[in-house]
Design a binder for this molecule. Sequence first.
Ligand code: CO
Length: 134
Amino acid sequence: MIKGIDHVGIAVKSIDEAKKFWVDTLGLKLSHIEEVPEQKVRVAMLKAGETTIELLEPTSPDSPIRRFIEKRGEGLHHLTLRTDKLAERLQKLKGANVALIDEQPRIGAGGARIAFLHPKSAHGVLVELCEPHD
Ligand code: CO
């Protein structure tokens, strides 16, 4: 089942620059910064009450986040819903003809299992499902 919004991903050119607004001005707390080489990004996790804002900064010219920013500029990138039994859920979604970017869970920030659904099946929203690392 879907357990809530895990985080909202925002594409930024530079975490250091974006932090000036989100942390220094708006007052969100930086929980940590980590590099996710698999996705060619550096991510900063900011606590926003019960949920988290994830700033994504490209670490390579062929990073998907870099391409996103080139096409659409900085801004909202994905919405992440927390779920259990991710692998099983992906099978069910596939059976329901939902377009999947990841047919199998892969490892994302914080060691969570994650998978992306294609925006064309989600009314224009890039949806990430995540099963937190326990
Ligand atoms: Co994310």
